[in-house]
Ligand binder design. Sequence first.
Ligand code: HMG
Ligand code: MG
Length: 302
Amino acid sequence: MTEVTLVEVGPRDGLQNEKAPVPTGAKIRFIEALAGAGIRRIEATAFVSPKAIPQLADSTAVLLGIARKEGVTYSALVPNEKGYDAAKVAGADEVAVFTAASETFNQRNIHASIEESFARFLPVFERARADGVPVRGYVSTAIVCPYEGRVEPRIVASLARRLLDLGCREVSLGDTIGKAVPPDVRRLLDACRAEGILDRVAGHFHDTWGFAVANTLAAFEAGVRVFDASAGGLGGCPFAPGAGGNVATEDLVALFDALGIRTGIDLGAVVSAASAMETHLGRAVGGRAAQAYKAACTRNGG
Ligand code: HMG
Ligand code: MG
């Protein structure tokens, strides 16, 4: 049976743009519930400047507080060596470095040019190699930049290749503002195929315009087998105007279930994990599949 891997980014990407402070205990319970749902890769938090992302200022307490489930990788986003140090002390199993394919977004997001971002990663790669910590990479604005417009696929593919050559195990390609459509995704993946890296890229589709499930399917059909998603469809980047939530984990689990492709994730358990966050966020969350699942439970008297 064909399998795909979903990387849960709800606790990091999902929460980073939320204004109301979410209690540390609620974040920990969210992560534990997601692991309980069968998710095996969870991006738990970010070790970034608390001035840039106040919501994730409790990253150490979150990582240290999780009752870890065997077989689950708990990773953390890090922009530089300082972030790596803190992530390592807090016990991150994996770290993720992030750059972008457009200069303006990179400046707004991390106050660095693309070249400067790579210079900041070098000590992270060195330290991670010595410590045996796997490194994931992100290339944001992989299709459209909110400041510069459309981005050339070959530029994205060559940045991804550079990250892989430096030691990333995989590079996630971010449609940061959720404007891509399937033909864009196919062009980007053609460029990745030409670079010989298609088997090491992941899809990270924000769902601002409702195209993320279609983009996931296009990427799956092109050969991608790893997709980032966020329980409840939470997400967004404060430095990317117009960025909506990530594709909902529930939507991808339901899609792959319907296609007979194994994710190992229980849809109902993800719906419950996301619902438990609603009181902290002050609003209902969840994508289309979560609504359909809840409606089916009501019809069946469950
Ligand atoms: P800076 O101001 O240029 O750097 O920020 P700096 O070295 O001058 O440091 C400024 C302050 O930050 C100092 O503290 C440092 O100690 C501190 P102060 O002296 O002012 O008290 N600092 C840190 N604190 C904690 N952890 C660290 C760290 N590094 C420095 N690691 C910096 C540069 C990168 C730090 C900052 O701009 C930053 O933290 N940016 C993070 C932005 C972010 O998290 N964006 C969202 C994630 S990316 C995303 O969502 C896209 C993605 O989902 C994919 C997609 O959708 O496309 C991944
Ligand atoms: Mg994102």
